[in-house]
Design a protein around this ligand. Sequence first.
Ligand code: HSE
Length: 321
Amino acid sequence: MSAASAGVDPRLAGRTALVKVPATTANLGPGFDTLGLALSVYDELEVSVRDEPGIVVEVNGVGAGEVPTDETNLVARSIAHTFAHHGIALPGLRLVAHNVIPHGRGMGSSAAAIVSGIMAARGLLEGIVEMTPDDLLARATELEGHPDNVAPALFGGLTIAWVTPDGPRHKRLTVHRGVSLLVAVPQTSTMSTALARSLQPESVPHQDAIFNVSRSALLIAALIQSPELLFAATEDKLHQNYRASAMPETSALITVLREHGFAAVVSGAGPSVLVLCSDPAQRLEAAALIEQHATTPWVSHMLAVDFKGATVNSHPAEAVA
Ligand code: HSE
């Protein structure tokens, strides 16, 4: 059966899209569900429209043999969600994922999967449907539930994301060039975001809210202008203590790092640790301290801020040999 005879928009026949999406770290200490940074680690995805109906998924690298390879795959669901939103029938698709971002470690793997699907849909629908940055963020937030990982995955850099009655919005900022990132990833433990979120109270003391408002405002200044303020700016009372019992090694490592003056926080919902250093030399010192104190295997990644965010290159049928 050809794509046309299967009821697929004939303009989609033979189309392909190549997508690249960065890892992300969210919260950054006080900026719960609001602040995020794109990291220089990437998942890649190839999507092609095929003549047969249905979705075929091949996963290489991280998640191979573990994540679903049918229409319940998160990337596949994200593509389907975007097509459905725009009222376009989903064609038969072949997905080939090349994954590097670790799963369940607080480095935005689910945001990357969701954004990969949305960007693939955008590429496949180029010239048929126009999607604004707000559209992309809205679709991604509908699937992720909160915008702080999907915003930097889509747009790169440091992002402030907030939710309005008209949908999520973002502001992208450029990080001070002195800021040096280290993400320490535990090799033997993972964390579920749903579990982490279930550990938080419905309401918090007013003084704690004021504490986080002050620190997250300061954190923007520290990240874009005054890295020497990073330590004071990364204090938090809204989420990390409530979740500490579920990731004791993470909590212990952050305590040691902060006792030594490093701006260490839980990366996203954990269990990885993000250290925001004011220069590359401080980052080397943080890596040495982690090596010395970790009681289980941790790998320290010295990463750059990704400035581009997600990219897609699409090829219409006539461009395919
Ligand atoms: N802000 C989110 C959380 C990030 O900490 O629950 C992880 O998805």
